[in-house]
Design a protein. Structure first.
Length: 386
């Protein structure tokens, strides 16, 4: 089954399970993959109808399925270049003696993947992003780029790479006009410009806000419009510094899932590196999690490596109604090695032979009221334990 067919099947499964909101967002990703302006215009028309009749989900699903059949008939070439788009080898950024130093850092970043960049405040996340964006010159080491058209100069770099800092500049005028201005700088004809801008506005859930001004938006929607402006440029490498900082928990999950889906486009994939303090949310969508401490690259987790750590101790977080002595007594028979209180929750470490489900079973049998628990054995969260 082709990737295009897999994505269409995923959309149909969402609709089948009455998850219409997510299904519609995934449908728009299928439409964007076609790069067909007629399909874009149909999505735009359907989005406008959907916003006018939000309660009519049954008809929306039927219209969406009809549109999917048209998308299915359009051949979509797959992006085949799997080489790293950026490679950093022993990169160091030094600010002088007895001051902060970043590195050495060695990374290899591939298109179509999401890389989470985590670490405590002041450990070099923003510095690393700015070095990769060439906003800061590295003191030593090698930084190389390899874009699809094989061009590379400082001017070409800004065409292929976009860095969005945590605090973005204010826009003036209507948001839609600003987005159209972006494409006009790339020589996109007016009619196509309008279509591509409205398609991106629809995809990022901004339909009802497109005529507003910057001052009329919440911080979360400002970040969405900043992403829309960036994605219209079709970057190959996207660097985001704390994009979740001003979003509520639901919005964080939505924007991360959207970014994951957009970056895994069939014919225009993007390599994404994002820094965030929202560790668990980032880990859910990241193919790799890069952990920095004191400017050093200490760990790089992947789904492949974390699933094969059978010899690692079991580490779990527990928030419950027990005091430390009582919880220690209950868990001791499970080969408990250490129990500490960290950041409002207990961190319990067991020998690797102890399965997580046995801990849950023991807590239940002892009638412990558990407010929260999580297995962090394979999470970068374990590095934050004091």
């Amino acid at each position: 089954m082709s990737k295009a067919e897999q994505r269409i099947k995923e959309v149909l499964n969402f609709f089948h399970n009455s998850d219409t909101v997510l299904g519609y967002r995934k449908l728009m990703d299928c439409a964007i993959d076609t790069q067909d302006l007629d399909i874009y215009n149909e999505v735009i028309t359907l989005t406008d109808w959907k916003e006018k009749f939000p309660e009519n989900e049954i008809e929306l699903v039927e219209k969406s399925k009809s549109l999917l059949e048209k998308i299915r008939k359009i051949p979509i070439p797959e992006h085949r270049n799997n080489h790293p788009i950026i490679e950093a080898e022993n990169v160091i950024k030094s600010y002088g003696k007895n001051r902060f130093n970043l590195g050495p850092i060695s990374l290899s970043i591939t298109k179509g993947q999401v890389y989470g960049l985590v670490g405590e405040n002041g450990n070099g996340k923003t510095t690393l992003l700015r070095v990769l964006a060439k906003e800061l010159a590295c003191t030593s080491g090698q930084l190389s780029f390899r874009f699809d058209d094989n061009t590379y100069s400082n001017y070409d770099l800004r065409t292929h790479l976009v860095y969005i800092p945590q605090r973005t500049n204010k826009w003036y005028g209507s948001l839609k006009d600003n987005l159209k201005f972006v494409l006009s700088n790339y020589g996109v004809p007016p009619e196509e410009n309008e279509t591509r801008v409205l398609m991106m506005i629809a995809r990022l859930g901004l339909w009802n806000y497109k005529h507003l001004k910057w001052s009329e938006l919440s911080s979360g929607y400002k970040m969405r419009f900043e992403l829309a402006r960036t994605l219209l440029r079709k970057p190959e490498l996207l660097l985001l510094d704390e994009p979740l900082a001003n979003l509520d928990i639901l919005s964080q999950q939505v924007i991360l899932e959207d970014l994951k889906s957009i970056c895994s486009s069939i014919n225009n994939p993007i390599a994404l590196i994002l820094s965030s303090q929202q560790l668990y949310e980032v880990e859910k969508v990241s193919d790799k999690v890069i952990y920095l401490k004191n400017g050093k690259h200490l760990q790089e987790n992947t789904h492949e490596t974390t699933s094969n750590r059978s010899n690692n101790p079991l580490i779990i977080e527990i928030d419950c109604n027990c005091d430390r002595e009582e919880l220690n007594r209950i868990l001791k028979p499970l080969q408990l090695e250490k129990l500490i209180f960290n950041g409002g929750v207990f961190i319990a470490s067991f020998r690797s032979e102890t399965p997580y489900y046995s801990v849950l079973k023991t807590l239940g049998e002892n009638e412990v009221e558990v407010t929260y628990t999580r297995n962090i054995t394979n999470s970068s969260r374990r590095f934050f334990v004091s």
